[in-house]
Design a protein around this ligand. Structure first.
Ligand code: ADQ
Length: 466
């Protein structure tokens, strides 16, 4: 039994097949594990999640000192809960309809059943009065289910993606159930104040029918959105007060700075522009390629002196819009190289794969300009990782105003990815900036990310929850 339970869609492990055919679960370290490891270690903590392979049912096991409790998902669960409701309904809806969300009743049923599975597993491993921290949009019903099963628990919920405006959320046929699920928590955290405001404004509008207090009832909302402290509360249907606040996530900055100081940048001649993303339609990869192409076409950039490196992690590859995005990106890469590349110097270097973190840092370190142009992004950790690799003030960050990180990284070259001229202008500004001004900007960004790291994020959330 554990006093502190983290529950997330995925366990922080990957099933790795060795050359001799044997298989092993290996830790896949991410920011969240790094941030939570000390808390997990201090409180006999454990992590509940799906190991990433359908129908796999390994016994609980330890990875990097963290006890992992697997939840088994069937192939149908994977298709309808993960690819379907989570990533083809909620993901596009919460990212302001960059593509149209699909509403299917069967997906919803599976989402509900799978959330129940996660909640059951947590209920079994959490000790009396334990603290449970539920992560992200795949598990929005878990707080509500868990509250009914285990009223003794302290339950926190954090959403890693944006929370949309009430008007968009209200499109969901299952909006009431989701709202009720979230209100099972004691504390609901978002990245930004604007997400919190959206949620509070929704709470003022929805009516929960058949609630435990009998009447169809309006929720009571007090206070306003704030960062890292709770000044807003919603009274849940059972009379509990649920705190709502913003906790901007970050990275393990000191560790990234230390790792970056020990590696050599990749070797490349000329000016290097870099993009690093999951291959997702929200990330604006195509738009940045088109901006680059137009600058080459107009002669503003000289093809023999510049290169754009795009590293794109394969993601959600069976979902239609992801396939379309990939083929549009790859078509653009081919076209731009066809038009402007030479045998010695392709202008776009495109990698469709995941790289080890240490390798990624070598690219960050070398890049003269980092191009981060999502149409919408909860936070965007790539921008923060890049900034950490430039403690000497070198480099420049071009960042979409629609990335959550733009709120903290105001000294980046902010652009509107929906306006290609704005991307082009800020890319040129970043490339031609006065060196003193560029350095001052980067040093300020670096300081910001170093001060507000992932430990501050985890600590402030958990302190508020207590
Ligand atoms: P993501 O949408 O995945 O996260 P992001 O925050 O940028 O976006 O995190 C991506 C992570 O993957 C980074 O740590 C990056 O280094 C890594 N990565 C990307 N491409 C890679 C590659 N080719 N090889 C290796 N590593 C790669 C969601 C939300 C974000 C929010 C985070 C955390 O969509 O808005 O910031 O969760 O809350």
């Amino acid at each position: 039994m554990s006093n502190f339970v983290v529950v997330a869609n995925r366990l922080p492990v990957d099933l790795t097949t060795h050359p001799d055919g044997t298989q092993e679960w290996l830790p896949s370290p991410g920011g969240l594990v790094t941030a939570l490891s000390p808390v997990l270690a201090r409180h006999q903590g454990c992590w509940v999640g799906w190991p990433g392979v359908p129908d796999a049912a390994p016994e609980p096991f330890e990875a990097d000192g963290v006890l992992l409790h697997p939840v088994t998902l069937t192939e149908t669960d994977f298709q309808e809960f993960y690819e379907g409701f989570s990533n083809a309904t909620l993901w596009p809806l919460y990212h302001d309809l960059i593509v149209p969300p699909e509403f299917h009743r069967t997906w919803w049923e599976t989402y509900r059943n799978v959330n129940l599975k996660y909640a059951q597993e947590v209920a079994e491993v959490a000790s009396e009065n334990a603290t449970v921290w539920v992560q992200d949009y795949q598990l929005q019903l878990v707080p509500g289910i868990l509250r009914q099963m285990r009223p003794d628990l302290k339950i926190g919920f954090f959403l890693h993606i944006p929370f949309p405006s009430a008007d968009l959320f209200r499109q969901l046929p299952w909006r009431e159930e989701l709202m009720r699920g979230l209100l099972g928590a004691d504390l609901i955290g978002f990245h930004l104040e604007v997400n919190t405001e959206n949620f509070l404004s929704l709470a003022r509008q929805v009516t929960l029918t058949g609630s435990t207090i009998g009447q169809p009832d309006k929720l009571q909302v007090e206070g306003t959105a704030s960062i890292r402290k709770v000044t807003a509360y919603i009274t849940a249907p059972d009379g509990r007060k649920v705190g709502v606040a913003a906790f901007p996530i970050s990275i393990d900055s000191a560790e990234v700075v230390a790792a970056a100081s020990e590696i050599e940048p990749i070797e490349a001649s000329g000016t290097v522009i870099l993009g690093v993303d999951r291959l997702d339609y929200t990330k604006g990869i195509l738009q940045r390629l088109l901006a680059f192409e137009e600058l080459l076409e107009s002669g503003a950039l000289e093809p023999s002196e510049i290169m754009l490196i795009q590293i794109a992690t394969p993601s959600r590859e069976r979902i239609d819009h992801y396939r379309k995005t990939r083929s549009l990106v790859e078509e653009a890469v081919g076209r731009i190289n066809g038009r402007f590349g030479t045998v010695e110097h392709p202008v776009v270097h495109y990698m469709h794969r995941s790289l080890p973190k240490s390798e990624l840092l070598r690219y960050y370190k070398r890049a003269d300009v980092m191009l981060v142009t999502p149409y919408k992004d909860g936070m965007n950790l790539v921008a923060k990782e890049y900034v950490c690799c430039h403690k000497d003030g070198s480099g420049a960050l071009v960042l979409s105003e629609f990335a959550g990180s733009a709120i903290e990284l105001q000294r980046a070259w902010l652009c509107n990815p929906h306006d290609i001229e704005s991307v082009k202008r800020q890319l040129l500004n970043a490339l031609t900036a006065d060196p003193e001004d560029a350095k001052a900007r980067m040093l300020e960004l670096h300081e910001q990310v170093l001060t507000c790291d992932v430990n501050l994020w985890a600590r402030s959330f958990l302190e508020c929850l207590q």
